[in-house]
Design a protein around this ligand. Structure first.
Ligand code: GAL
Length: 415
């Protein structure tokens, strides 16, 4: 009943029939320096195609604020033409009947053959494309300031033990080892990389995809919490509430040595004119080399009342998958293209390494895991339950034993 009412409200009203070019309103949360530069590329391409772009940016990394605004707009019958919706949330909106069928654009532009299945599967609802994928982000990265490491004789850590040893050394020298933003999604981003480092890819999937109770209650999970707890001693007092891009700024300026963040952080380094290898390092999160936690950004399309706006929306969907857009957008954003046939020669060494690992893990089926923190692995309810426990643990003196118990219970209750 609720579903039907929502849909009726969204589609109610008169059909506007003007002969003008259409408008496409896009809800997104890309407001940091690197992100804004990236989305500006799409706006320009939509405008160049003769349509107009209505920007609907809602600040807040990870998208929690944007999702809240989207829900209230949709409930009041006023959903935007397009919104940044990812992962399993696409299914939730599809089930409610809001999303437009992109089959024609997809067929005309061979989306099924240019996209890897791991990407196209997420974009389809009931077998039909309802969202256009813009990129593939790798989440299990660690960013490091090169000069800071050199100055303190610290080698790039490749395991958690090396990371803690390096952090002790930096801390003793008065440097903040880890730039952290204390927001639930950032806590969860760090937590999932540590789970991957401690337990490996199979364990990660048992926990975050299958929600296997034995894995959730295991000693491995306890160790993961213990390791996660160690991060606390290496962050600064300003961490609570800090935005992720501010934390990246600390590494860029040499105020901190490391940040654990997906490769949208690279967009900030690029926007600041920094070069990988020369100014900073992009390193696999210690202990996760050869593994790839994926986070696919996508713009889902909402059913439209006006045919002009629908045309503008379909045009935008087509442009998103074009090699030109995939090139410029991803160079600014720090991600890699979704097209397997994309020429990577213009991309930097971080993106090339990311693409190599993405292709290798996709081909072997080993080491490719969906990000829990970024909505790829589970429902929003279970994701929220995991966020709560990770954040509570990180902000209290909760023991690892208690955290394991709380996590397994919370996940069970949210299922
Ligand atoms: C992620 C999103 C990225 C980046 C990040 C920080 O969820 O996938 O594209 O925007 O949030 O805002």
């Amino acid at each position: 009943m609720f579903k039907k009412t929502l849909l009726a409200m969204a589609l109610g009203g008169t059909i506007a029939a003007t002969a003008q070019a259409g408008e496409v309103e896009v809800l997104h949360w890309w407001t940091s320096g690197g992100e804004a530069k990236s989305i500006a590329v799409l706006k320009e391409m939509v405008n160049d195609a003769g349509h107009s772009w209505k920007d609907f940016a809602v600040a807040g990394g990870g998208g929690e604020n944007a999702y809240t605004v989207l829900r209230s707009r949709a409930v009041s019958g006023n959903a935007p033409a397009s919104a940044q919706i990812k992962g399993l949330e696409i299914q939730e909106w599809g089930d409610l009947g809001f999303l437009a069928d992109l089959s024609d654009v997809a067929e005309d532009n061979n989306w099924d053959s240019i996209l890897p299945a791991v990407v196209s599967d997420v974009m389809k609802h009931d077998g039909k494309f309802v969202a256009a994928p813009v990129n593939v982000h790798r989440v299990n990265w660690m960013w490091a300031n090169k000069a800071v490491l050199e100055e303190h004789g610290v080698k790039a850590p490749t395991s958690l033990d090396e990371l803690w040893a390096a952090s002790d050394k930096l801390k003793a020298a008065g440097i903040t080892p880890i730039a952290h933003g204390g927001q639930p999604w950032q806590d969860a981003t760090t937590f999932e990389s540590i789970v991957l480092a401690v337990g490996g890819a199979d364990f990660f999937s048992q926990v975050f995809v299958d929600h296997d109770q034995a894995a959730l209650e295991s000693d491995t999970m306890k160790t993961a919490f213990e390791e996660f707890g160690k991060v606390k001693q290496y962050i600064d007092k300003g961490a609570p509430g800090r935005d992720w891009n501010v934390a990246t700024g600390m590494v860029i300026k040499g105020e901190a040595a490391f940040q654990f963040m997906g490769d949208w952080a690279k967009g900030e380094f690029s926007a600041a004119g920094k070069q990988p290898g020369a100014d900073y390092y992009c390193l696999p999160f210690p202990g996760t080399e050869g593994e790839f936690t994926f986070n696919i950004d996508s713009l889902a399309m909402f059913k439209q009342r006006s045919s002009e706006n629908e045309e503008a929306q379909m045009k935008m969907a087509e442009l998103i998958l074009s090699p030109e857009f995939q090139d410029v957008f991803n160079m600014n954003k720090g991600s890699i293209p979704v097209r397997l046939d994309q020429d990577m020669s213009g991309f930097d060494s971080c993106a090339q390494a990311s693409m190599d690992t993405f292709k290798a893990t996709s081909a072997s089926g080993e080491g490719l895991v969906p990000s829990m923190a970024h909505g790829m692995s589970t429902t929003s309810a279970i994701q929220g339950a995991i966020y709560d426990v990770a954040t509570d643990f990180f902000n209290s003196d909760m023991s690892a034993d208690e955290a394991v118990l709380k996590l397994s219970r919370a996940v069970r209750a949210a299922q």
